[in-house]
Design a binder for this molecule. Structure first.
Ligand code: ADP
Ligand code: MG
Length: 311
């Protein structure tokens, strides 16, 4: 395990921000911590990266206890935004070289590392351009590069794409993906379901400082409910007949749509095709709809007994 968090509590002036948080992240994987504003994401990242002390529980990162072995942890992690002090007047490459020197790399090593990282994040062509001319996405990628100067085992990204436009977000996603190949363990927090879905091997959904659910995106989706078969008819006159033949479908008369839950999506599709064909009912569309992560999020963060759902 690259990260192990057990029963962590953190209170700010008596008010709990983390209330028994548990989290395990395997080496070389991407873990998303997903949660609404105020869920405790930043608090958790600050504790895991030794910037903040927790009140109770045990946190180990890269094989070391964050409380008793903080310097060893710090030597093995990177944190996005830690080096937010990019020099606007300098080029991207000069900034990275400077961070390398600040992190005790020799001049030659710092230069090589800067070039490697510019390459990795698609900034090689713009390495000489002053940072003040960078787009939001380029700047965030340069931030990412800076947090990787020391080749950390574990990288923490606290809402890495917040405030970026869709293009910048896509650029950062592809930068994060290219890290994974290199074996770095990444923990990223996000409020964006799509981001967790796109990037993470596993997702921990937190709400009010504790885990509401944990699993792969698919596992989380199946928590909310079954897949649904959705069929759209051509002819309004056949709607009532189709509703009798299919297994207790929900019917939307305006859009001529019938839908019903299935355990087995392929069997559900086959059944629907057979029923329609035998009755000579024409469909204009037939699809399986999976629950979306948005539905998972709303479903789980809406309920007070969310912790039980995960159990
Ligand atoms: N420095 C602080 N002092 C007091 N309360 C804080 C502080 N930082 C965070 N909180 C509170 O702790 C809870 C969790 O905050 P945070 O970890 O920032 O959540 P997130 O990053 O998920 O939005 C919130 O209720 C927030 O108001
Ligand atoms: Mg936060």
């Amino acid at each position: 395990m690259a990260i192990s968090v057990e029963g962590v509590h953190k209170r700010y002036g008596g008010k709990p921000a983390l209330a028994g948080l548990d989290l395990e992240v395997k080496s070389g994987t991407v873990q998303a911590v997903l949660g609404p504003n105020g869920a405790g994401k930043t608090t958790a990242v600050r504790i895991m990266s030794t910037l903040l002390r927790h009140d109770e529980g045990v946190v180990r990162v890269a094989g070391h206890d964050v409380r008793t072995q903080a310097p060893a942890v710090r030597a093995r992690i990177g944190l996005l935004g830690q080096h937010a002090a990019l020099d606007e007047g300098l080029g991207g490459r000069q900034n990275l070289e400077m961070f390398g020197r600040l992190n005790h790399l020799g001049a030659r090593r710092a230069g090589l590392r800067a070039d490697e990282l510019l390459d990795l994040f698609g900034l090689a062509d713009t390495g000489r351009k002053p940072v003040k001319q960078y787009s939001g996405g380029m700047r965030r990628r340069l931030d990412l590069a800076a947090s990787l100067i020391t080749e950390p085992e574990v990288l923490f990204l606290d809402e890495p794409t917040t405030g970026l436009d869709p293009r910048g977000r896509a650029e950062v996603w592809s930068a994060v993906r290219s890290l994974v190949g290199g074996g770095t363990t990444v923990l990223l927090t996000t409020q964006y379901l799509e981001e967790a879905d796109q990037l993470a091997d596993r997702i921990t959904l937190i709400d009010a400082g504790r885990v509401a659910a944990e699993g792969t995106a698919d596992e989380l989706k199946s928590l909310v409910g079954a897949d649904r078969i959705v069929v759209v008819l051509r002819d309004e006159a056949r709607l009532a007949q189709a509703a009798r033949l299919l297994p207790e479908p929900a019917v939307d008369a305006d859009s001529l749509t019938l839908s019903f839950p299935v355990e087995d999506r392929m069997a559900g599709l086959a059944l629907t095709l057979r029923v329609l064909e035998e009755a000579g009912i024409e469909a204009v569309d037939l699809a399986v709809r999976r629950p979306t992560l948005d539905e998972v999020f709303l479903h789980l963060t809406d309920r007070t007994d969310a912790a039980e759902v995960a159990a």
